[in-house]
Design a protein around this ligand. Structure first.
Ligand code: BTN
Length: 265
């Protein structure tokens, strides 16, 4: 079961989040299979409580589209999941709003690679995995975020990694969590009430793919033309403009400024 929050800034986190998520419980575990998996298990067992679950280390971290989030040693990455009941009118674009919120909190030089990766200098710094469970009254969202803090030494990464200490040498995982959680909850509530519209200009300003040639995992290719009002990726293809939704495909840029040829996002 969860430990006490040890070196993590429990009191500060609760103070920062109280107005957006009263009753939020903050838990720290030194090691777990996956913070997303744990909150999904609890939600499927009927828990709808708001929880922030932070792990020192994950043994079976998960990424989007069935991929693995490669485990780092303790403290090398910030890995946490936020579970809470949400009632947005339209869920599409939540991952974009979350990515933008995290990027804004961490550093002005971070870019967003649709739908929800944070990149720095042509490499991936952070990823987001959002899953939901339908409860009796509301849908419960589990929003998982992994941020590389130190240089990952894990083998088998599908894209070249970036890490936060390249930009902020004095930051550690608790400091990163402390600076992003309050704004994240504020932005999730903003999304719940106003949808993606308030986030569109910010996403567009950090859109890594805009104007680049991209290849989709369904085989199509074209030029990324930004996002539409629902958060779909607009791709100009020989067959016309296509709107890509995140559930369908992954996308890789074929421009060396984004990632080397053959890497997957
Ligand atoms: C991706 O890049 O495809 C998403 C990666 C999401 C990783 C985070 S780490 C905390 C949470 N627990 C998981 O198992 N995954 C997310």
């Amino acid at each position: 079961m969860p430990d006490a929050l040890g070196p993590w800034p429990l009191d500060a986190l609760l103070a920062d989040t109280a107005q957006y998520c009263p009753g939020l419980r903050v838990e720290y575990v030194p090691s777990i299979d996956s913070t997303n998996s744990e909150l999904m298990r609890r939600a499927r067992a009927g828990s709808a409580d708001p929880v922030l679950l932070v792990a020192g280390h994950q043994t079976a971290g998960r990424g989007r589209l069935g991929r693995t989030w490669v485990s780092q040693t303790q403290g090398h990455a910030l890995t946490f999941s936020l579970g809470l009941a949400l009632e947005p009118r339209d869920w599409s674009g939540l991952s974009l709003a979350v990515g933008l919120s995290v990027a804004r909190s961490l550093h002005p030089e971070l870019r967003l690679k649709w739908p929800n990766d944070l990149w720095y200098a042509g490499r991936k710094l952070a990823g987001i995995l959002i899953e939901t469970v339908q409860g009796p009254a509301q849908r419960y969202a589990v929003i998982g975020i992994g941020v590389n803090i130190d240089e990952p030494h894990a083998a088998g990464l599908s894209v070249p990694p970036a890490w936060l200490r390249e930009l902020l040498p004095r930051f550690d995982a608790p400091a990163a969590l402390a600076c992003l959680v309050g704004p994240l909850l504020r932005d999730i509530r903003l999304f719940e009430h106003q949808g993606l519209a308030p986030f569109l200009p910010g996403f567009r300003a950090r859109d890594l793919l805009h104007g680049r040639e991209v290849v989709l995992s369904n085989g199509a290719s074209g030029t990324a033309m930004g996002i539409d009002s629902g958060g779909g990726l607009l791709v100009h293809t020989p067959a016309g403009m296509k709107t890509i939704t995140s559930a369908e495909v992954s996308v890789r840029a074929i421009d060396h400024g984004v990632g080397p040829p053959g890497t997957e996002a």
